[in-house]
Design a protein around this ligand. Structure first.
Ligand code: SF4
Ligand code: SF4
Length: 325
């Protein structure tokens, strides 16, 4: 059966999450406005899911959790979301990148627009592509080294409970609300580059994607090609957003595979390309895959709530002190 339907389904899920994340951002904006207006603007509770935008706080929280045995009360949701995303990648490849992440959604929109505009997407020469892909691993090593190696557990705990970290989400909001100078130029360049090149930020610069890619190597599901039924049309390789030469593989083992199913959904040869469980002949159903991605991601937050590790315990008076100035 054709799997064409997977792409509209995936894109609907992507945009659903994108709209939800915009809603989280608006809620944070209204929350901050209340305190900065000295209480004149109505109080809107902060949605804790916004901590998904704080992966560094999540990493710090994981280290603190390992050292203390408890998840910190400042940004507990950042830890829960990070652990959930890693668990999703362990089971279902980097599906977070192609089904949920808002950066991935916007990036995909741009390279598809670029394809319409220029009739093709560009790929940097192999030597440059390999060198640039190394950048995200260097960033990942930098963050992991800084947090898990060079920072003592006491310093991590001290930072987590610092005024700076308590309003890390507000700082991020302010950063995007007042973009200017070099950050604005860098984002502008990345947006422009995202038209001719597929997912340049995800592919070259995102340390989160680097981490998930390494974890996803252990995933039991892989795109698998059946040589006997493949007609060597090359469509799978052409449509892959990660430039993986799918047609030349029997099983896609690459850490760059974002589990988007584009190759599988575009293959017209019956049974030639499937998402399969590693080492077995079991074909993964696309609807089941989609349901699992969403349920595992949402389920992680439900577990966080149920165990009391979701809601930030920063009191109202503390926000008055930190944001009312
Ligand atoms: S799209 Fe299908 S038939 Fe064509 S090369 Fe890829 S696996 Fe083979
Ligand atoms: S190999 Fe297939 S599933 Fe993986 S990124 Fe490429 S198109 Fe998507």
């Amino acid at each position: 059966m054709s799997k064409r339907y997977v792409q509209p389904l995936r894109i609907a899920i992507q945009w659903g999450f994108l709209l939800f994340m915009i809603y989280l951002g608006v809620r944070l904006f209204l929350f901050v406005r209340h305190f900065r207006s000295g209480g004149a603007a109505p109080f809107v509770p902060r949605a804790d899911g916004v901590e998904g935008f704080l992966p560094i706080a999540g990493l710090l929280g994981v280290k603190d959790w390992l050292a203390s045995g408890t998840i910190n009360a400042v940004h507990p949701a950042s830890v829960v979301i990070l652990v959930t995303v890693v668990a999703v990648s362990l089971l279902l490849k980097r599906s977070f990148c192609s089904w949920i992440c808002p950066v991935g959604t916007l990036s995909e929109l741009l390279w598809k627009r670029g394809f319409v505009l220029f009739k093709r997407n560009l790929r940097p020469p192999r030597w440059l592509d390999v060198a640039l892909r190394g950048a995200k691993y260097l960033l990942l090593i930098f963050f992991l080294y800084s947090i898990f190696w060079s920072m003592p557990a006491g310093a991590v705990a001290g930072f987590i409970y610092s005024d700076y970290n308590k309003v890390a989400d507000v700082r991020l909001l302010d950063f995007f609300l007042h973009l200017s100078g070099i950050p604005l130029a860098v984002i502008g360049v990345l947006l422009v580059l995202s038209l001719p090149v597929r997912n340049p930020f995800c592919r070259y610069l995102c340390p989160y994607g680097a981490l998930l890619g390494l974890v996803s190597m252990l995933s039991p599901v892989k795109v698998t090609r059946e040589k006997m039924t493949c007609v060597s049309c090359g469509v799978c390789s052409q449509v892959c957003p990660s430039y993986i030469p799918v047609m030349a593989k029997e099983r896609v083992m690459s850490e760059e595979c974002i589990g988007c199913w584009r190759c599988v959904s575009h293959c017209r040869a019956m049974g030639a390309l499937e998402m399969k469980l590693t080492g077995r002949k079991v074909v993964v159903n696309a609807i089941l895959f989609a349901v699992l991605v969403v349920f595992l991601f949402v389920g992680g937050s439900l577990v966080g709530r149920a165990t009391g590790n979701w809601k930030s315990q920063i009191p109202y008076a503390e926000y008055v002190r930190l944001l009312g100035q």
